[in-house]
Structures are given as structure tokens and as C-alpha cells.
Design a protein around this ligand. Structure first.
Ligand code: ZN
Length: 320
């Protein structure tokens, strides 16, 4: 009798221990499951991203960079197959995300890098469409192109006359820009090179009559391909100059000169950039112009040269 009772007690004890183990394991499993379904990677996978994409997304999101999407923002966005690729792009701007995705759907042949450049510079609109006012408070860093226009009355109040030894005809430009030009001119002279300003500041009325003349001689499309519309010419800023040197008959022949080669290597040291470079016509809206230089300041000119981007792209990412 006593032995049977003892046996029963042992069974009960074993049963209790087993129960405790089962309950503990269940609790652990529930906690683990809960952790899993609340984890970011699980949620991203649930949205439709593959394990590899999830790893990518987790590493490309950077809370310190406000231009990049946060994990929360990715989770709140519906799954899109192109999103992880766009996020990896250096010049990704989150406010442009929907436009990137739409453009990629319509132009699947274009690379993610190309699309980011195009959208950042508003190339999903036609030229002179959705025109914004140039922020002239940005002074030497202001953007004037086919999407950003200066008002008719805009002119810097510190334009100075360019000395006849530095230019053809009568030219004006912003004082600081001219000072920098003179340094460049003198350094080039030490190597027997002569950089001559052909055209610098041009006012709104000049540009308007030029464009009108072209338009009435041909048509608007023709005029647009040869001249900027009034307010859209960078020459109105007083920060820009077309240059040449002795013996150059056609403007485009400047590219073949030693002066051009020297400027390619040195212009940024004085704050100038080649504004309409080769192979970036789609972004700048202008054919390659080896003669057209724009002053942006030494630091930015250097950065633009290092990064190999146009001023339009630089402005969109760093200055807008
Ligand atoms: Zn020019």
C-alpha cells in the first residue's frame, strides 16, 4: 500500500515537471515567434522582399542622411522591385522616389543611375515646363537652366567692367568672379597661354531679342535649339563667361587649344567649371560647349570635378 502511494507520488511529480517543461518551452516559443513577427526583417520579407534584398535594405538605410528612406518609411511603402536598387544610388533623394519608380516603368532600358540623374534634374518634364524661380539668395551657387529662370530685373549690383586686356568687346561680370578670372589668366600667362573672355554678362532684354529674332526667322523649336529663352540664360547671372584664345575662328575650335587643356586641369582651382560637358547634354539641356565656364566657388568647383557630375545634379542633391 505504501509502495503504491510512493509510486503515485513519483508519477505525479514527473507529470508536474513535464508540464512545467512544456509550459516553459511554449512560453519561449511564443516569445520567439513574437520577436520574429515584430522584427524588421520579417516585416520586409512579408512585404515581398527577398532575404538578400532585406539585407541590402537594412544596410543602405542610414538614419543620419535625411535624403534616404528610413526603415519605417520602407515598411510604409508598398513593395516595389526597383526600390532596393534606387536606394543604393549615391544621389538618391527620397522626395523623388515615386518619380524614379514611374520613370523606370516607362523607360526600363535606362539604368538606375541615369534615372536618378534625370529625375533629380527634372527631365521628366519637357524643357521650359514646370519652370521655377531661381533662388538668387544662393548667389554664386544659384541655378539657371531650362527649369529655373531669373526675373527680368535681376542683376547683381557688383558687376564690374572687364579690362580690354582680358576680353573682346565690352564685357562685365561679378567682381569676385573677375578677381578669380584674373588669377587664372595670370597663372595661364606664366605658361604662355592666353584666355580671352568673348562674352560674359548679358541682360534679359538682350536674350529676349536674340531668341525672338531666331524664332521669327525660323520657329520656336529652332530658336530653342540655338538660344536660351529670356531669364533662362546663365549669362544673365554675371557668373558666366564664354572664353577663347588667339587664332580660334569657330567657338567650338577652342576645344583643340592648349588653353582648353589647361583649363580642363586647372579651372576648378579658381572656382570655375565647364558648365555644359560632353555626354551630359541630356542633363544640362545644352550641347557640349567647351568654351562656356561658370563660377561656383573653389570648393564646389573642386567637388564637382571630383564627383564628375554637372552643376544641375550638384544643385539638386547638395543645394536645393
Ligand atoms: Zn555661354
Amino acid at each position: 500500500m505504501r509502495r503504491r502511494m510512493k509510486k503515485k507520488a513519483i508519477y505525479t511529480l514527473v507529470a508536474i515537471i513535464a508540464l512545467i517543461i512544456i509550459i516553459t518551452l511554449s512560453i519561449i516559443m511564443i516569445i520567439k515567434y513574437n520577436q520574429k513577427i515584430h522584427s524588421t526583417s520579417y516585416k520586409l520579407e512579408k512585404l515581398g522582399y527577398t532575404k538578400e534584398e532585406v539585407t541590402e535594405l537594412m544596410t543602405t538605410t542610414d538614419t543620419k542622411n535625411e535624403k534616404i528612406l528610413s526603415i519605417e518609411e520602407i515598411l510604409n511603402h508598398e513593395y516595389h522591385k526597383d526600390l532596393p536598387y534606387f536606394l543604393k544610388e549615391k544621389y538618391f533623394i527620397k522626395d523623388n522616389l515615386e518619380r524614379y519608380l514611374k520613370y523606370k516603368e516607362e523607360h526600363s532600358d535606362k539604368s538606375y543611375t541615369e534615372i536618378v540623374s534625370l529625375i533629380n534634374t527634372n527631365r521628366d518634364s519637357d524643357y521650359y515646363e514646370n519652370v521655377q524661380k531661381t533662388d538668387t539668395n544662393k548667389e554664386n551657387q544659384m541655378l539657371v537652366n531650362k527649369y529655373y529662370a531669373l526675373p527680368k530685373e535681376f542683376v547683381f549690383d557688383d558687376l564690374v567692367d572687364v579690362s580690354i586686356q582680358h576680353c573682346y568687346g565690352k564685357q562685365k561680370m561679378r567682381k569676385e568672379v573677375y578677381e578669380q578670372f584674373k588669377k587664372m589668366f595670370n597663372d595661364a600667362k606664366k605658361e604662355d597661354l592666353t584666355i580671352i573672355i568673348n562674352s560674359s554678362y548679358r541682360d534679359y532684354d538682350y536674350q529676349e531679342s536674340l531668341w525672338n529674332r531666331y524664332a521669327s526667322a525660323h520657329d520656336e523649336a529652332w530658336a530653342d535649339s540655338y538660344a536660351a529663352r529670356a531669364g533662362h540664360s546663365e549669362h544673365q547671372t554675371g557668373l558666366t563667361m564664354d572664353v577663347t584664345t588667339y587664332g580660334v575662328k569657330e567657338q567650338e575650335d577652342f576645344e583643340k587649344t592648349k588653353e582648353f587643356t589647361w583649363m580642363q586641369e586647372n579651372a576648378h582651382k579658381y572656382g570655375f567649371i565647364l558648365r555644359y560637358p560632353k555626354a551630359h547634354e541630356d542633363i544640362t539641356g545644352y550641347s557640349y560647349e567647351p568654351w562656356h565656364y561658370r563660377y561656383v566657388g573653389v570648393d564646389i568647383a573642386t567637388q564637382i570635378k571630383e564627383e564628375g557630375i554637372t552643376f544641375d545634379e550638384y544643385y539638386a542633391y547638395y543645394l536645393a
